[in-house]
Design a protein around this ligand. Structure first.
Ligand SMILES: NC(=O)c1ccc[n+]([C@@H]2O[C@H](COP(=O)([O-])OP(=O)(O)OC[C@H]3O[C@@H](n4cnc5c(N)ncnc54)[C@H](O)[C@@H]3O)[C@@H](O)[C@H]2O)c1
Length: 312
């Protein structure tokens, strides 16, 4: 199959491209190498993919004519490109353009892809709101610009299947961690701080926040399992994550134990839009996709530390 992965140079996109390539698909990737975090990391991800023979197109989805220059003989689209996270340095314009305008351009242009079997939107549990422990039927009540614009992006894609233009689904991911994790995310920061004797920025009130931290392998297993399940998945929104949850405090203790060190803390004001809890309910994924995450947090973090040390 010929598969387009947007956001291919990022954390999830690069892992997804590797897996699709390993599974024998022809992968074409697109990324604009946004400077949300160190572009060097994205260039490193990209060069590993190019070495595998994956074609990577440097293009910005916000620019309509650039999107329209894409190949149209694509079987599947996995749309990972986005302005992620809730960093205070990100402006509303960043979220609006990279999540809403970019997705609109891509979805609009994809109506010309005659062989398109499925457009898979990569969504997020941030769409649900402040305290998340629900199935996909729950009304979305996002509390951040990120969550609001990701909801809009998801609806732009899903409206195309309602219009009969192409089959589509959206996978709502829960707190993904693992090697090459974005540097702004919790385990990346904890490992970096623990190994390099730097203080970990702890946001006010976040010690008790709970997350379904899900290992990248378990997430990629779920994402690729959509291939061939177009009938079951068309029009569906599906949660992907582990149903086990841990607090930030437990995450800190785990990294300290694995590194055998005490991590210094620097207190920061609470982040606007930070969720109290995101616990995944995955009955639908397990029914439609036979989804069953298996990586235990301790095992996954241990591997992430090893890969961080070996720069993998
Ligand atoms: N990491 C998580 O825990 C998590 C959780 C839930 C959902 N998600 C979703 O997964 C997807 C990937 O997230 P990630 O953590 O890998 O982030 P990432 O920032 O590492 O990857 C996103 C990539 O998209 C690219 N991009 C951004 N705007 C673009 C544009 N206008 N045109 C072309 N490329 C563009 C960036 O350069 C980047 O390489 C996002 O849609 C995000 O909302 C991530």
């Amino acid at each position: 199959m010929k598969i387009l992965v947007t956001g291919i140079a990022g954390f999830i996109g690069s892992h997804l491209a590797e897996r699709l390539h390993k599974n024998g698909h022809k992968v074409v990737g697109l990324d604009n190498f946004s400077d949300y975090y160190d572009v060097k990391l994205k260039r490193e991800n990209a060069s590993k993919l190019i070495q595998l023979g994956i074609r990577l197109i440097e293009r910005d989805l916000r620019v309509e004519h650039l999107v329209m220059a894409l190949d149209t003989d694509i079987d599947y689209i996995f749309h990972c490109a986005a302005q992620p996270g809730i960093a205070s340095k990100s402006t509303f314009e960043n979220y609006l353009s990279n999540n809403v305008i970019a997705t609109h351009n891509l979805a609009d242009f994809s109506t010309q892809f005659l062989s398109l079997k499925m457009f898979i939107n990569i969504g997020t549990s941030s769409i649900y709101g402040k305290d998340v422990f629900c199935d996909e039927e729950q009304m979305a009540k996002p509390i951040s610009d990120y969550g609001v614009t990701k909801l809009a992006a998801e609806q732009l894609v899903m409206s195309q299947t309602r219009l009969g233009n192409f089959p589509a689904c959206s996978l709502r991911l829960y707190s993904v961690y693992g090697s090459r994790e974005r540097p702004d995310k919790m385990f990346s920061q904890l490992i970096d701080c623990g190994l390099n004797d730097k203080p970990f920025p702890l946001f006010e009130g976040s010690l008790a926040h709970k997350r379904s931290f899900t290992h990248i392998r378990d997430i990629i297993d779920g994402i690729v399992s959509v291939i061939g399940k177009e009938n079951e998945c068309n029009g569906q929104i599906i949660n992907l994550g582990t149903d086990k949850e841990y607090t930030t405090e437990q995450g800190i203790e785990m990294v300290e134990k694995l590194l055998n060190t005490k991590i210094a803390i620097t207190n920061k004001p609470a982040r606007i839009g930070d969720q109290l809890r995101t616990k995944a309910i995955i009955d639908k994924a397990s029914k439609l996709l036979n989804y069953e995450p298996v990586v235990e947090l301790m095992e996954g973090v241990q591997e992430q530390i090893k890969n961080y040390r070996n720069k993998i």
